[in-house]
Write a protein that binds this ligand. Sequence first.
Ligand code: ADP
Ligand code: TZP
Ligand code: MG
Length: 269
Amino acid sequence: MTELTETRLSETLAHMRATAPLVQNITNFVAMNIQANVMLAAGASPAMVHSSAEAAEFAGIAQALSINIGTADPAWSGAMEAAATASVAGGKPWVLDPVAVGATGFRRTLGARLLALRPSVIRGNASEVLALAGQLRAGRGADAADSVAEAEAAATRLALQAGCTVAVTGPVDFVTDGHRAARIRNGHPMMPRVTALGCALTGLVAAFTVDQDPFRATLGALAYYGLAGEVAGRSAEGPGSFQVAFLDALHALGPNDLTAGARIEEIPA
Ligand SMILES: Nc1ncnc2c1ncn2[C@@H]1O[C@H](COP(=O)(O)OP(=O)(O)O)[C@@H](O)[C@H]1O
Ligand SMILES: Cc1ncsc1CCOP(=O)(O)O
Ligand SMILES: [Mg+2]
């Protein structure tokens, strides 16, 4: 049995639930509420702590950190760098969500500075991963304008250069640490119709990385998230009811459901 079988990946959900990790999130104004609700429904313990007066100190308390540049400004960027630095110093994982990183000079500079602080995982859409890897893409604001397939080679290069796991999400997700790679075919087309579900996923990935191999943890988180989207999509009548059903599905699904429903394609090295 390889480490990427659905059964082994379901263990990552069981571990996250048993740990109920405290995760610090420096996220954007759009995502704050849904990200906290997603993490609570999944079984993690989120705390939205972004002030420069306390972000680094809190990173010493939290078990993992997620940083999202969606509505960052110069006051927040210092807190982001201080928190990431404290997290690394404490030997804890942190996850970067480079929202719309190719859109403006401020975002490009901040993205590069955060990348230099050694995230454990980068989770973004195809345009964001291409831009962070140096292949300038504007995207369409926070939305992707490139396909996941177009970003796979850049993701692999970025993973090797930055020494981290890179997850490119979209209709089919691609995850690599530069040495191992896999695609995840779970998900539902309604997911990008609800704002900040990508941001919320980044917080969830941070929760999964606590005491777990970042590559496997990321795969487990993405498969579980996509499966919850599939369950929600069966009853939803539109984006509004989808969001409610999605939170319920995250709460209801367990490791056995993940074993039965994850669709992982391991890509030979
Ligand atoms: N067309 C789609 N079909 C199925 N799942 C999707 C689709 N688009 C995105 N997803 C899922 O939505 C979640 C958020 O990904 P994405 O929309 O790429 O992030 P972002 O909001 O940061 O652009 C992921 O779990 C991804 O697999
Ligand atoms: C719409 C928007 N604008 C700035 S941040 C944000 C949320 C983006 O969320 P996601 O990347 O999950 O779609
Ligand atoms: Mg996003």
